[in-house]
Design a protein around this ligand. Structure first.
Ligand code: M6R
Length: 611
């Protein structure tokens, strides 16, 4: 969850670290700090709160140093104070460490160090690392050996990076179930927990594998296992444009990313259309050969917004392919006796490709013999690398903590997966496939149409920004959209919101409805349209305020709703892609009106790499 960055061999190191932390701040924003090598030893500067606090202190002097490490924290052990901020140092302050993850046996190691006379300055699980590395260096290890030795003593998930005043040009780092990527530069080398932090310096990256230990100097990168054996890891070039990690004139990344959705959805289709443009064929799936024809069932595993995409995926696959589909929270899947096996395709869905719960579920299913096809946004992430095949969503870097374009690109990827499987398994003939591909190719224009209603959504948002609770209702493929609308509102505006299948309302939530309760109902054309209209009546009969997402010009809905959020009319299957847009905008404008921190909502982090 925390963001880590390291650089060796670049003048103005303190500024480079700060810039890197700015692009990693979405991983955690409870405190931030840097440790930079100088002629006078290590200079460590840490501040609680947002990165701006650290920035303010560092702005008092010219950028300094050539080698150092930086950290932005999402607190796990100990409150977000200056003392608990990283980097943590050893007693003589000659070793500094930054860490992402949780060290589960930190109490035992801390007790051991205390017994040897070490005094602790923080409540974190991380500080033990600085003392343990320091002890090993005292005992004669070099920085890499000390790091490897300490890693060998740890339980839990972690990636950490170390600098030592005795080795002013060196960084050492280790990865274990938390992401860590090296950036290979010209006369300088880098490490970071996420690719976007590396992009301003290099597009050449080397993702580390679990239990890799890396030692970086300005001219060289060496990777070994924890026993010191050199290992070779492939080097990749990432073609993400660094400009995409900038706000580009927007007040918030979230709005920029909402507006990027039509293009991102179109990009996700690129390469998956056959030459005539009429059929979906996902090249990555070819790797599974005959196994796809033999599938008996499919399970999506995911968390949060990605789990909502899985619910829509269930609708697509059951309707178009005709095999049974489960949608599991990754955090639940991993603790059950799940039935993996060759006929059971497991599809992890993850923007980051690093969410720990999802990764553990992936590994468990793989071990049980299931083929794994991930839907993933970040290239070279753990999910991309560990799956039999990966369907890449081409959302590009998503920085806003509230997921938007990652969600809609996941929906498109899952619809394409359904069409591809239906074609390969003969569940749909060529004509039926073609009939569905054409509207899919046009869907970006409908999403652009939905965005053109943003001003109207803002007006509605401002009228309801003071509500205490919201209910979101939808049916069929728009039930996940109701859940997603509620999650967006909760995350960024802190208003309590519930998403429900509209038909279930009468079984309980209807008791909540009164004149103070706005109820957002997704009421676009489709099989359940009349049923949803009946649900609107049920809300109105209890004085609830109805905000309906409806097709442009739909007078039946307009006559019954207090407010309408209009969207272009599209096929029911694809309506989820369009209908979610006004709900993202509604959450955004309500949060903006309430003065919330939209891109960095409290308590959240973009990528959840702890259990
Ligand atoms: O990177 P992932 O897709 O695996 O992340 C899953 C969830 O943590 C994520 O979707 C989260 O719910 C977002 N904050 C939703 O906006």
């Amino acid at each position: 969850m925390c963001g880590i960055i390291g650089v060796t061999g670049r003048d103005g190191c303190s500024r480079i670290l700060l810039e890197g932390l700015r692009s990693l701040e979405y991983r955690g924003y409870d405190s931030a700090g840097v440790a930079v090598q100088t002629a006078d030893g290590l200079v460590v500067v840490r501040r609680p709160g947002k990165l701006a606090e650290l920035e303010g202190v560092l702005a008092e002097r010219e950028p300094f140093g050539r080698t150092g490490i930086g950290h932005t924290r999402w607190a796990t052990h100990g409150p977000p104070t200056q003392q608990n901020a990283h980097p943590h140092v050893d007693g003589p302050e000659r070793v500094a460490v930054i860490h992402n993850g949780i060290i589960e046996n930190h109490e035992a190691l801390r007790a051991e160090l205390v017994a040897r006379g070490v005094t602790f300055r923080s409540e974190t699980d991380t500080e033990i690392l600085a003392h343990l590395v320091s002890e090993r260096i005292e005992a004669g290890d070099d920085l890499g050996q000390a790091t490897a030795h300490v890693a060998g003593r740890l339980d839990g998930s972690y990636s950490f990076a170390v600098v030592s005043a005795d080795r002013p040009d060196e960084l050492a780092a280790v990865r274990h179930q938390s992401p860590l990527i090296l950036g290979i530069g010209d006369g300088a080398n880098f490490l970071a927990s996420d690719i976007p932090a590396l992009l301003p310096h290099t597009k050449v990256v080397m993702p580390l594998e679990d239990d890799d230990v890396a030692v970086l100097t300005p001219d060289k990168v060496t990777v070994t296992d924890v026993h010191g054996q050199v290992v070779t890891r492939p080097v990749r070039t990432i073609d993400w444009d660094p400009v995409r990690i900038q706000k580009g004139g927007y007040r918030h990344f979230m709005m920029k990313e909402i507006e990027e959705q039509p293009a991102a959805v179109a990009a996700t289709m690129t390469g998956c259309l056959t030459d005539d443009g009429f059929t979906i064929r996902i090249p990555a799936l070819d790797a599974l050969g005959d196994r796809l024809a033999q599938l008996e069932r499919l399970t999506f595993v995911a968390c949060g917004t990605s789990w909502h995409a899985g619910l829509a995926g269930k609708f697509f696959i059951e309707n178009l392919v005709g095999i049974p589909v489960d949608v599991d929270y990754a955090s639940e899947f991993r603790y059950r006796q799940t039935q993996a096996g060759p006929g059971h395709l497991v599809v992890p869905i993850t923007q980051s490709g690093e969410t720990l719960d999802t990764m553990v579920a992936l590994r468990q299913a793989k071990q049980g013999g299931s083929p794994i096809v991930s839907v993933v946004n970040v290239p070279e992430s753990a999910a991309d690398r560990e799956s039999d095949a990966a369907i890449m969503t081409e959302a590009g870097p998503e920085i806003g903590v509230a997921s938007t374009k990652a969600f809609t690109t996941q929906l498109v990827a899952l619809y394409m997966l359904a069409l591809d499987l239906a074609g390969r398994r003969g569940a749909l003939d060529a004509a039926a496939l073609r009939e569905r591909v054409q509207p899919l190719r046009r869907i970006r224009y409908a999403m652009e149409g939905a965005l053109r209603h943003a001003d109207a959504v803002r007006d509605v948002a401002h009228r309801y920004a003071d509500a205490r609770d919201f209910l979101f209702l939808g049916r069929g493929v728009n039930y996940p959209i109701a859940l997603e609308g509620a999650l967006k509102l909760k995350e960024i505006s802190y208003i309590h919101a519930e998403g429900y299948p509209a038909g279930e309302m009468k079984h309980g939530p209807i008791a909540l409805i009164d004149g103070d309760m706005p109820v957002v109902v997704v009421a676009t054309p489709g099989r359940v349209y009349d049923k949803v209209l009946a649900n609107i009546q049920e809300v109105r009969s209890r004085a609830g305020k109805v905000i309906a997402v409806c097709a442009e010009g739909d007078e039946r809905v307009a006559a019954q709703a207090d407010e309408v959020l209009e969207v272009p009319r599209v096929d029911e299957d694809l309506s989820c892609l369009v209908n979610v847009v006004p709900l993202q905008l509604l959450a955004y404008f309500i949060a903006e009106k309430r003065g919330c921190d939209i891109d960095q909502p409290r308590n959240l982090a973009k990528s959840v790499t702890v259990e």
